[in-house]
Design a protein around this ligand. Structure first.
Ligand code: VTB
Length: 348
């Protein structure tokens, strides 16, 4: 059973609360240098609020398999906890992909662009992606249909530049700074485009590539597959495009063979998950086929699109992005969480 427009509107506000709670919890730990702890508090806060949402939710992308994650594990049922069985049965079925703290290192170091994020859809609306690496190219609405992940970097940049009515020299590509990207970075430089190298967080980077005015025109390179699915959900809302391929070849990842699971092992796991063609090129709709997608993200630390959580005497302030495909709203939400008494002063 899918859900109606009205439900989508209500759920989007619920998911806003969920991301706000995770972001606030993580932001409290900013700069403490303990990324695991930052992640843990974000997960706990996200899960606690998630359970108050009137839905029959199921985690499809989460913190890991059941035996390795105590909460928000893949397959976990969430939502509608205090409701009776009968009432719960009337709640909509929702698949959810979460990343309670995207950029755990960024938060631990107090660096920019850490976010709390999730995507939701009707059952089956989000690919159950394995937790392996994924090569991605992400562009905004004006460049949709102009890139091909299997084409040379220069050709893609030429096409992006043409669509944006500018020279390749005026483009900025955002990429994770990793040794596996040596050739990619060389190719972008040789083509003449500018590069922004980031230490972490290719999900928020992908979103900034699809929003005009950020001065980022494409995300390229290999990051996590789960992040790719959540990026795809955002692209459906923003009219952007992602193309992606799973990567598990140690050579392409620039790691020793004994540092990653053997290829046969990965292939067997993929088959178990229903992925029979490991070389498949995934497009936005393959990764997020849902018709009713909800995307929510809250800034933990300051970033290109979202401000980080600010704490003050009588409360805190969060900045979020909430998007839906059905009602097609893109909301930037600035929330003041008032904790002080009747004299608390709210600043514009
Ligand atoms: C990727 C990327 C994430 O971590 O998963 C990366 O998608 C891990 O890559 O945005 P490495 O193993 O090379 O560090 C993030 O940057 C942050 O979770």
């Amino acid at each position: 059973m899918g859900y109606e427009l009205r439900t989508e509107r209500e759920l989007s506000l619920d998911f806003l609360r969920v991301c706000e709670a995770a972001a606030i919890a993580a932001a409290r730990t900013m700069g403490q240098g303990d990324r695991k702890y930052s992640d843990q508090v974000a997960v706990e806060a996200m899960r606690e609020v998630m359970d108050t949402v009137p839905m029959r939710g199921r985690i499809v992308i989460g913190e890991g398999e059941r035996d390795e994650a105590p909460m928000l594990y893949i397959g976990e049922e969430v939502g509608g906890r205090s409701a009776s069985e009968e009432v719960r049965a009337s709640f909509p079925e929702v698949d959810i992909a979460v990343d309670p703290l995207e950029g755990t290192n960024l938060c631990a170091l107090g660096a920019n662009n850490a976010i709390a994020v999730l995507a939701a859809a009707e059952r089956g609306g989000l690919l159950n992606a394995p937790d392996i690496y994924m090569d991605k190219i992400v562009v905004g609405p004006s460049c949709r249909g102009s890139v091909n992940i299997e084409a040379p970097v220069k050709e893609n940049l030429k096409n992006i530049a043409r669509r944006l009515g500018r020279d390749i020299e005026d483009l900025t590509v955002i990429t994770l700074e990793r040794s596996r990207h040596k050739k990619l970075i060389d190719d972008v430089r040789a083509a003449g485009a500018r590069i922004r190298l980031i230490s972490d967080g290719d999900l928020s980077a992908g979103i900034s590539a699809a929003v005009a005015g950020t001065n980022i025109h494409a995300l390229m390179g290999i990051g996590g597959a789960p992040e790719g699915v959540i990026t795809a959900a955002a692209m459906k809302c923003l009219n952007g495009e992602i193309q992606a391929k799973l990567v598990f070849d140690p050579e392409r990842l620039g790691v020793d063979r004994d540092k990653v699971p053997a290829q046969e092992e990965v292939l067997a796991r993929l088959r178990e998950m229903g992925i029979t063609d490991p070389d498949k090129v995934y497009d936005t709709n393959d990764l997020a086929p849902g018709k009713k997608i909800i995307f929510a993200a809250t800034g933990v630390t300051d970033g290109a699109l979202l401000r980080g959580v600010r704490f003050f005497g009588s409360g805190k302030r969060t900045h979020s992005l909430v998007m839906t495909t059905d009602s097609h709203h893109i909301r930037f939400v600035d929330t003041v969480h008032v904790e002080g008494g009747p004299d608390a002063v709210i600043r514009f």
